[in-house]
Design a protein around this ligand. Structure first.
Ligand code: C5P
Length: 222
C-alpha cells in the first residue's frame, strides 16, 4: 500500500509504547498498541470467567469482543465493549495471564487480521512482539527495542506509581522475565528481532534520544 508503517518490537518494558506514541505524534501517524489489544482480551477473559486454558472459548470470546484503541486530545484510551479499560488492562492479573491468552493460534489470527486492517488504512506506528516478523513484513522501518531486565522492571514500577497504581518492583522483575520467556518460546510468531530490524538498546538512553533516533531513521526510509 502507499501508507507508511513503522514496526516497533521488543520485550516487556523496553519502552515501546512510550516511544511509539511519541514517534507517532512527531510524524502525525496513528499509534496502534497491539499489546493493548491482547491485554483487553485477557481482561475480557477474567471478567467473563472464561476458561483461559480453552483456546476455543478464548477465541470465541474475542469474536464477540469489541476492542477499540482511541487516540485524541484526552490521550490514548482502550475500550472493551465501549467501556474504558485503559487502567484495568495494566493490572498484575492481566500481566500474568496475557502471554497464555496471546499464545493461541486462533487468537493471533484474528488479532493480526484486525491489526493489518488498521495499518492498511493510514500511516501508522505499531508496537508489539511480532509486528516486524509477522504482522507487517513489509514495514518501511523495523525497530527492535531492548533494555536490561532490571531497568525494564524499574521503568514499569515508576509508570505504575505515577498512575497511582499499586506496584511491587520484585514482582515486576519476576513477571517481566516470565513474560519474556513465554513470549520468546511460544510456537506461533514468537518475540524475535526481524533480520532487517534496527536494534536499539535503551538501557542507557533517554526517551527523547530514542524518539529522535527512530524519527531520523523513519525520515531516511520514507
Ligand atoms: O506490549 P505489552 O507488554 O503491553 O504486551 C502484553 C502481552 O501481549 C505480551 O507480553 C505478549 O504476550 C502479548 N503480545 C503479543 N503480540 C503482540 C503484542 C503483545 O503476543 N504483537
Amino acid at each position: 500500500s502507499n501508507w507508511v508503517n513503522i514496526a516497533i518490537d521488543g520485550p516487556a518494558g523496553a519502552g515501546k509504547s512510550t516511544v511509539a506514541k511519541l514517534v507517532s505524534e512527531k510524524l502525525s501517524f496513528l499509534y496502534i498498541d497491539t499489546g493493548a489489544m491482547y491485554r483487553a482480551l485477557t481482561l475480557a477473559v477474567l471478567k467473563s470467567k472464561t476458561n483461559p486454558s480453552s483456546e476455543t472459548d478464548v477465541s470465541e470470546l474475542l469474536n464477540h469482543s469489541h476492542i477499540q484503541l482511541i487516540v485524541d486530545q484526552e490521550g490514548s484510551r482502550v475500550l472493551l465493549n465501549d467501556e474504558d479499560v485503559t487502567l484495568d488492562i495494566r493490572s498484575s492479573e492481566v500481566n500474568q495471564l496475557v502471554s497464555l491468552v496471546s499464545s493461541y493460534q486462533a487468537v493471533r489470527e484474528e488479532m493480526v487480521k484486525r491489526q493489518r486492517q488498521l495499518a492498511g488504512t493510514t500511516n501508522s506506528v505499531l508496537d508489539g512482539r511480532d509486528i516486524g516478523t509477522y504482522v507487517l513484513p513489509y514495514a518501511n522501518l523495523k525497530v527492535f527495542l531492548t533494555a536490561a531486565v532490571s531497568e525494564r522492571a524499574r521503568r514499569r514500577h515508576q509508570e505504575q506509581i505515577a498512575k497511582g497504581m499499586p506496584s511491587d518492583l520484585e514482582q515486576l522483575k519476576v513477571d517481566i522475565a516470565k513474560r519474556d520467556e513465554l513470549d520468546s518460546t511460544r510456537a506461533i510468531a514468537p518475540l524475535k528481532k526481524a533480520e532487517d530490524a534496527v536494534e536499539i538498546d535503551t538501557t542507557a538512553l533517554t526517551i527523547p534520544e530514542v524518539v529522535q533516533a527512530i524519527t531520523e531513521l523513519a525520515k531516511e526510509r520514507t
